[in-house]
Design a protein around this ligand. Structure first.
Ligand SMILES: Nc1ncnc2c1ncn2[C@@H]1O[C@H](COP(=O)(O)OP(=O)(O)OP(=O)(O)O)[C@@H](O)[C@H]1O
Length: 561
C-alpha cells in the first residue's frame, strides 16, 4: 500500500484513463481544513492520481491549485464529490467519494441499450448535473459514458458524473507539447474538433451523443480513424435509429446540432427529457403525449452559455474570431485548398481526407489560408506553430500507436506505474437485447434499469478500454524473448501422443525389471525370457481378436440371410 500525502493509503487500482489512474484508497487520518470533506480514519475513498506529465508541469500544478476551490465546491447529487486535492512532490491527486458500481460504458457493454424512457430519465439526471456546473461556470468537456458512474441507490441506478475540470487541466501547453489529445473523438463537439471557442454547449453535444449511444448501443459517429470521426462530427448528420420515438429524437437531434447556439441549455434539456419520458411511457395520458410531441418548444438555448477559458485564445488559430457565432458553412473556409482547382469544404470528404490516408494526419492537413492573424504561414507569426487540428489528430494517432505498443510493456515495481485493471463485481448477465416495447412503442420506466448486484464475492478483473499508458519518452523494459513452442507446427494431439508413447516405454521397462529381478517366473512356472513371454501374450491376444472377428462376421452373414 502506497501513501498519498500523510492522509491517504492507495489500496488497489480501479482503472486507468487518459489523464491518470483511479485507486481505491483508505483515509489514514482526518484531512485538514483545506479539504472539502475531512473524512474519518478508515474511510474508503477513490483517488485519481494524475499522470506524470501533468504532475511535472509547473503550469498545471499552478492551475490545479488555482482551480481547487472550483473543483471542491462542485456539489450536486449527480456529481461525484471531490473531497481533497493532494500535491506532493511529483504527485497530483484528486480524492473523491468512492462510487460502488460500474461506469455507464461498462454497463452498456454488458447489458445492451436502454429503453427510450430509461435513456431519457438517466440523461435528465446528467443534464441536472451539467446545469448546476454550468451555472457555476464549469464546463465538463469530456462527457462520455465512461465518465458516468452508476451508483446503487436503494436498488436503483443513480448516475454520477465524474472527471469535472480534468479536461481543462489536461488541455495545457505542457500536454500540447507531448501532442496529447484532449477529449475523446467519438464525443467531441464540432467546435472543439476545430479549435473554435467553446462554451457549455459542448457538454450538450456530449449529452446528445451519450443519449444516442444509450438507445442504440453505439455513438452516432464512429467506425473509422480519429480523423474520419472528427470529420463526421463536422459534416455528417446522425442517422435516426428506427427504435427512437419522435419526441426523443427531437431532443437528441437538437443536442447534436453543429451550431452550438442551436443546442438547448442543460436546464431545459433536463426538463424536456422528463416531459418526453412521461409522454412516451405506456401509461401516458393524452395531455402527456401532446406535451412530449411539442417538446421542441422546451429546448431553448442558453442565452449566456459558460465559456471554456482559454478556448478563445488567439494562439489557438481561430479564423472567425473569439466570440463570433458559429456558421455551419464556415467550416468550408476553415478547411481550405489542398491544391485543387476549386474551394474545398468540410462537406467535401475527398478534400479533407485525400489519398495520403488518415495514418498521416500531418499530410492530410491542408495548408492554412494565408493572411489570417496568428496562423502558420504568416510572416512573423510563429510560422512553425501547428494547426490545432494537426495537434489533435496527430495526438490521436500517437495515442493509438502507443496503445498497441504498450500491450507488451511490463509493469514497473512502483504501484503508481503498474498497469491497473479495474476490479468490480460483475453484474448479473442479461441478454444483450433491447427491452420489450409497449404502447407508443416504449415501456413506462420511471427509473433506468436496476443494476444487478454481484452474485458472488469474487471480484472479476476488468481490463479498462485501451488508453495511453505511460508517456512515450519513458524507457520501456525490453520485451521478454518469445518462448519457443515444442510443437511449432501445432499438430493437434501431438502432446498427448508423446505422453502415451512415453508411458508405454516406462511400462515396458518396469515390466522387464520385475520379470528379471523378482521371483515372478517361478510363481507362474515358466523359464521363458521376458520378450518370449510378451510375444506369446501378443499372439494369444491377436488369436482372440481374430476369433472374435470371425464370430461377428458369421453372425452378420447369418443375419443377412
Ligand atoms: N469516484 C470513483 N469511484 C469508483 N470508481 C471510479 C471513480 N472514478 C473513476 N472510477 C473508475 O476508474 C476508472 C478510470 O477512471 P478515469 O476517469 O480515469 O477513466 P476514463 O473516464 O475512462 O478516462 P479519461 O481519463 O479519458 O476520462 C473507470 O473505470 C471508472 O469507472
Amino acid at each position: 500500500m502506497r501513501p498519498v500525502g500523510s492522509k491517504y493509503l492507495l489500496e488497489e487500482p480501479l482503472g486507468r484513463g487518459a489523464t491518470g489512474t483511479v485507486w481505491r484508497a483508505r483515509q489514514r487520518e482526518t484531512a485538514g481544513a483545506e479539504a472539502a470533506v475531512p473524512g474519518q480514519p478508515g474511510e474508503t475513498v477513490a483517488i485519481k492520481v494524475l499522470k506524470e506529465e501533468l504532475a511535472n508541469d509547473a503550469d498545471i500544478v499552478m492551475r490545479f491549485l488555482r482551480e481547487r476551490s472550483v473543483l471542491l465546491r462542485l456539489t450536486h447529487p449527480n456529481i461525484v464529490r471531490v473531497r481533497d486535492l493532494v500535491v506532493e512532490g511529483d504527485l497530483l491527486a484528486l480524492v473523491m467519494d468512492l462510487v460502488e458500481g460500474p461506469d455507464l460504458h461498462r454497463y452498456l457493454r454488458e447489458n445492451g441499450p436502454f429503453s427510450p424512457v430509461g435513456a431519457a430519465l438517466l440523461t435528465a439526471q446528467i443534464a441536472d448535473a451539467l446545469a448546476a456546473s454550468h451555472a457555476d461556470g464549469v464546463v465538463h468537456r469530456d462527457l462520455k459514458p465512461a465518465n458516468v458512474l452508476l451508483k446503487q441507490n436503494s436498488g436503483q441506478m443513480h448516475p454520477m458524473l465524474t472527471d469535472f475540470g480534468i479536461a481543462r487541466l489536461a488541455d495545457s501547453p505542457g500536454l500540447t507539447r507531448t501532442h496529447e489529445f484532449v477529449g475523446t473523438p467519438a464525443y467531441v463537439a464540432p467546435e472543439s474538433a476545430e479549435g473554435r471557442p467553446q462554451t457549455s454547449a459542448v457538454d450538450i453535444y456530449g449529452a446528445g451523443i451519450l443519449m444516442y449511444e444509450l438507445v442504440t448501443g453505439r455513438p452516432p459517429f464512429g467506425g473509422g480513424s480519429a480523423l474520419e470521426v472528427l470529420h463526421q462530427h463536422l459534416s455528417a448528420e446522425p442517422r435516426r435509429p428506427s427504435t427512437v420515438p419522435d419526441p426523443l429524437w427531437t431532443v437528441i437531434e437538437r443536442c447534436l446540432r453543429k451550431n452550438p447556439d442551436e443546442r438547448p441549455s442543460a436546464e431545459n434539456l433536463g426538463r424536456a427529457l422528463r416531459v418526453v419520458a412521461e409522454g412516451i411511457g405506456v401509461h401516458a395520458n393524452s395531455a402527456q403525449i401532446a406535451a412530449a410531441e411539442s417538446v421542441g418548444a422546451l429546448l431553448a438555448p442558453d442565452p449566456m452559455p459558460a465559456a471554456v477559458p482559454g478556448s478563445a485564445d488567439p494562439t489557438q488559430v481561430l479564423p472567425h474570431g473569439a466570440g463570433a457565432s458559429y456558421d455551419p458553412n464556415a467550416a468550408t473556409s476553415y478547411l481550405p485548398h489542398t491544391g485543387g482547382p476549386g474551394p474545398v469544404g468540410a462537406a467535401d470528404p475527398t478534400a479533407v481526407l485525400p489519398n495520403t490516408g488518415a495514418a498521416d494526419p500531418t499530410a492530410v492537413m491542408p495548408p492554412m489560408p494565408q493572411g489570417q492573424p496568428g496562423q502558420p504561414g504568416q510572416p512573423g507569426q510563429q510560422p512553425e506553430q501547428p494547426h490545432p487540428w494537426q495537434n489533435q489528430l496527430r495526438a490521436a494517432r500517437d495515442r493509438n500507436e502507443q496503445t498497441q505498443v504498450q500491450q507488451y510493456v511490463n509493469p514497473d515495481d512502483d504501484p503508481l506505474r503498474r498497469r491497473p485493471q479495474r476490479q468490480v463485481a460483475r453484474p448479473q448477465q442479461r441478454p444483450q437485447q433491447q427491452r420489450p416495447q409497449q404502447a407508443y412503442g416504449y415501456p413506462q420506466q420511471q427509473q433506468p434499469q436496476q443494476y444487478a448486484p454481484p452474485q458472488h464475492q469474487q471480484p472479476q478483473r476488468y481490463a479498462p478500454p485501451q488508453q495511453p499508458q505511460q508517456p512515450a519518452h519513458e524507457p520501456r523494459e525490453p520485451r521478454q524473448p518469445r518462448q519457443r513452442s515444442a510443437n511449432p507446427m501445432k499438430i493437434p494431439g501431438l502432446g498427448c501422443l508423446k505422453g502415451c508413447l512415453f508411458t508405454i516405454i516406462i511400462l515396458f521397462v518396469a515390466g522387464w525389471l520385475v520379470w528379471e529381478l523378482s521371483p515372478l517366473q517361478e510363481w507362474i512356472g515358466t523359464t521363458k525370457s521376458y520378450w518370449q513371454q510378451l510375444s506369446d501374450m501378443f499372439n494369444t491376444v491377436t488369436g482372440w481378436i481374430g476369433k472374435l472377428g470371425d464370430l461377428v462376421g458369421n453372425k452378420g452373414g447369418s443375419g443377412g440371410n
